[in-house]
Design a protein around this ligand. Sequence first.
Ligand SMILES: [Zn+2]
Length: 383
Amino acid sequence: MGASLRLGRILGIEIRLHYSWFVIFAIITYFVFAYFHEEYTALLSMAAGLAASLLFFSSVVAHELSHSMVAVKNGIPVKSITLFILGGVASITREPERPKSEIVMAIAGPLCSLLIGSVFAAIWVASGGLNEDANRFHDLLFILAQVNIIVLALFNLLPGFPLDGGRLLRAVLWNRTRDYLKATRIASIGGQVIGWTLVGLGAIVVVLYFRVNEPPLDVDILDGVWLAMVGLFLSSIAASSYRQAAWREVMKGIVASSVMTSEFVAIPPGMSLMQLVRDYVQSRGYRSFVVAVDGKFQGMVNLENIRRIPEKRWDMTTADSVMTPADKVVTATLEEDGVSIAEKMEEHKLDGIPVVREGMVVGLVTRNSLAHGMQVRAQFRTK
Ligand SMILES: [Zn+2]
């Protein structure tokens, strides 16, 4: 997801705000404000609007946090939770290895929302929301209960990717058939059906709004546009999640030893940056270098390391003084599979990863060599 602001950390997980989030924050605040302002002062209505938005987004964060907590417990790192115009997403860098972890992970969010919704509902009833003199604050509690129970828990349990119910469906099918790709395909089709159904419903709402003098339902044109937007978003994510699963299947069949290139440059620790740039960067276009002594891996130097040193000091600076030392370098083993390597590249924003055996660098897996290996593999796949 594009540009976002860092808000802070909860339980070690970064919470971020995508810029589109401010749109929905403003919309919710405004509608609640307008609703309260029919009866209360502007100040009080504004406070109610802000409180409603904050409570709503806290509900979303709590939902995503419960997914994340289960993920972390299963050894799956969670980088951040980002709030955006349609809710929240937890950025989980890896998929669960076992269907059972995915079942627990998928169900944690809706359970949490059900609980929060029940708390709002209980407060609503206990404070007299069912009485005749119920006021707008009661209505607000009721809506928060509804959003948590109906949208964040029940709607989310519909059996289609990327909804939690889709993850659940995939995990159950995966557990039964042991076929991850097939399970993902079915959950992805489910998600596309749900998505296009929402688009259809949205279109009906819009048509009714324009065609019928007195709409049979108390719906707004905005509801229709909103439904269609959510639907389009769901179906596109559903389709791409299947492509991603197919990609993983191919990558799983690749091992480092088959895609690594042995065309890498090993330099001695004492080589000056001046010589390195002149002999390898400018004339031959290499971008990263293995520093080694008698074949023993010492560290890596890349263009970024070199750029940190002003050009006039290149002749006095040696490679080992700017390199990332071997114990800090992300490496791969000969048997490591393509998924694991690609995830390391993604996680650490690397262009290449050295393949190390018994302290020696035996090859380099780059983005190019990995992509090439994937093409070859995809051509030989039988199903
Ligand atoms: Zn969820």
